[in-house]
Ligand binder design. Structure first.
Ligand code: FES
Length: 104
């Protein structure tokens, strides 16, 4: 198991055990304070929106065009925005910190 750090919508940071190989969204949707992930990871709902901690932003593969397109339509879009369903939680991301974005 690896660790995922999650800042919830109240600003509280949690350390969560996470299985490498899952999508980050698959970890977050199991949490009471996590994401809704309504479309189940089809890159169409944006309810899995998170902000990646600046320290980690450069360690992630760049988003594909469909992810970028959907993110750019969001009210709460920022430079660190990602759709967690498009993020593979690889072993190299042990300790990754994300903040759950506000509801749209
Ligand atoms: S779960 Fe719907 S876009 Fe990520």
């Amino acid at each position: 198991m690896a660790v995922l750090k999650v800042v919830d919508r109240d600003g509280i940071e949690h350390e969560v055990e996470a299985q490498p190989g899952l999508k980050v969204m698959e970890v977050l949707r199991e949490l009471e304070y996590g994401v809704a992930a309504i479309c189940g990871g089809m890159c169409s709902c944006a309810t899995c929106h998170v902000y990646v901690d600046p320290e980690w932003a450069g360690k992630l593969p760049a988003p594909m065009s469909d992810e970028k397109d959907l993110l750019s339509e969001l009210t709460h879009f920022e430079g660190r925005s990602r759709l967690s369903c498009q993020m593979d939680f690889t072993p190299a991301l042990d300790g990754l910190k994300v903040t759950i974005a506000p509801d749209e």
